[in-house]
Design a protein around this ligand. Structure first.
Ligand code: J9T
Length: 232
């Protein structure tokens, strides 16, 4: 898979994508990631990428020309063009799964003030938001999408089972049970004895019950959705 990120801050996207699991995914050839500077497609002397808004109001709007030139250079036959924006559709685990099946993601990063809407209308396949908050720039959001997608590419994680059994995957809509590792007792806090019992059925039952109560506690809206429709 190939992921291209177009941003005015390529250095913000580079660092997280070159380290740890994503760095290894790049080195192994499972994914090819390139970060491009949008200013390289600005044709004026000052490499200007924004301008004042038509209709007035505060702040600046990102100009269409550099985005059009960048996409025309980087787009391929099978590309999906994404724009990171707080006005986008919510990015979920199911979205990451869908994107992980694509051969080329071309991710455009906006600025918090906005992007000329002709970019959205003419170039963008999907506007994507990583949550209901505003960032200074979409670059960190692009790195979030790249991370969530890359770890789903077969072979990138050692243990494929870990992506199938985790929060939000499969029948999803529930968060995971708590995890523990050694030591069994730490500062007077014990690991739940069932996890040391070797009784796999009892461990499974404990995990189900804990997942349910943690979902109720931390994600009441997910809990309600799941338990309105079935009695799991
Ligand atoms: C400027 O971009 C953002 O602020 C942004 C992008 C994607 N998702 C968000 N929630 C915010």
């Amino acid at each position: 898979m190939k992921i291209d990120i177009v941003t005015i801050f390529p250095e913000i996207a580079e660092a997280p994508l070159r380290a740890s699991i994503m760095g290894r995914a790049v080195e192994s050839g499972a994914v090819d990631i390139q970060c491009y500077n949008l200013r390289d497609w600005a044709t004026d002397k000052h490499h200007k990428v924004d301008d004042i808004p038509y209709g007035g109001g505060p702040g600046m709007v990102m100009k269409p020309e550099p985005f059009f030139a960048a996409v025309e250079d980087l787009r391929e036959d099978n590309s999906i063009v994404l724009l990171m924006t707080p006005q986008g559709k919510p990015f979920r685990q199911a979205t990451a799964e869908r994107f992980s099946q694509e051969s080329h993601l071309l991710i455009l990063c906006g600025h918090y003030e906005g992007v000329d809407h002709r970019v959205v209308e003419a170039l963008v396949d999907e506007e994507v938001s990583i949550g209901d908050y505003v960032l200074t720039n979409g670059t960190i959001a692009a790195a979030v999408v790249a991370d969530a997608v890359i770890r789903l590419i077969p072979g990138v994680l050692g243990d494929e089972r870990s992506t199938q059994e985790e929060s939000f995957s499969g029948d999803g809509d529930q968060i995971e049970a708590p995890h523990y590792t050694r030591p069994a007792e730490f500062r007077g806090m014990d690991v739940p004895p069932v996890l040391l019992s070797g009784n796999h059925a009892a461990i499974e039952a404990w995990r189900k019950k804990s997942a349910k109560s943690r979902t109720r506690q931390n994600r009441p809206e997910l809990f309600k959705k799941r338990h309105d429709s079935d009695e799991a």
